[in-house]
Write a new protein. Sequence first.
Length: 191
Amino acid sequence: MSDKRGKLVIFSAPSGAGKSTLVHYLLPKFPQLSFSISATSRAPRGEEKHGVEYYFLTAAEFQKRASNDEFLEWEEVYAGTYYGTLKSEVERLWDEGKSVVFDIDVVGGLRLKSIFGDAALAMFVQAPNLEELEKRLRGRGTDSEEKIAERLAKASQEMERAPEFDTIIVNDDLDRAKAESSSVLEKFLRA
């Protein structure tokens, strides 16, 4: 990894808690930040495009890159579906003089925090409860019943790991969650 290391801001949450919404809100407010595009072996959803929301790889491509040590972190989040952070992506953003923002699953977020320590701010975004999380997942209209059940089962395990993060943002009121995450982020970037 580069000597030009910048700061890292990690947003992790169960699916549907609102981490992507917060990241999209904060990016224009903090021009020194740039979004790290994760790699995944899942198929694009809706209007997602390669190199914009994700780097879409086949499972074989993903596994080859993992065996070549091209990832800072990666995991099989769901059976047969991999997600990871390419080292080259973080290097690219640091070379631009940016601090890197991650919208990443809980295990990956904690792994990045363990690698980068105080250079990383790890924020856990939490829905008020599992019922609200289920309502949000259904409201997306992008997942099958089987996938929603899988996400909810994983969410209860992920919520147990919230205390391992630097801060917890409870997203029961979006305006308050935006203000709180903005304030925490501003303090971290100034330090």
